[in-house]
Write a protein of this length. Structure first.
Length: 153
């Protein structure tokens, strides 16, 4: 009987993991690109504001600070709509050096976050002892992508 209960529990866990994977794949369609701390790739003009011409409920920004041997990335996503926005899952990041991925990951997955109109969500990722070179950070949350370029000496 104990083996049967263990089998049922394992089966339920596997099914939950499959559903979680399918849900994550659906949230990655049609990304909206904004780049407040870098150049806007669609126009090659500096982005002077955090506005997004694509009709997104979220607008994002990213700030890079070199603090000794650490590089601190602060990213903020703000609900610019007039309605509550529910975001499922955590933000994902990708760090590139010379256009090659050197690190990627995300914040721990949250069940959901409700953002009221005008409310924002901020998180910080710190990279320690990055080698000298040119870097680009991409942060993706709820179909909104922000990125910034920076140099480590």
């Amino acid at each position: 009987m104990k083996k049967m209960n263990s089998f049922i529990i394992m089966l339920v866990l596997v099914v939950c993991m499959i559903f979680a994977g399918c849900t994550k794949a659906n949230t990655e369609s049609e990304p909206i690109h904004t780049e407040p701390s870098a150049k806007n790739t669609s126009t090659n003009e500096p982005s002077g504001s955090n506005s997004n011409t694509n009709q997104s409920d979220l607008v994002g920004s990213v700030k890079v600070e070199n603090l000794g041997s650490d590089t601190k990335i602060t990213y903020t996503f703000k609900n610019q709509s007039e309605k509550m926005v529910t975001v499922i899952g955590g933000a994902r990041y990708k760090l590139l050096k010379d256009n090659k991925v050197v690190d990627e990951g995300g914040v721990p997955i949250k069940d959901y976050i409700d953002l009221e109109p005008g409310q924002d969500y901020t998180d910080i990722k710190t990279f320690s002892k990055l080698e000298p070179g040119s870097y680009r950070i991409h942060v993706d949350w709820n179909k909104t992508i922000v990125s910034a370029e920076f140099v480590r000496d």
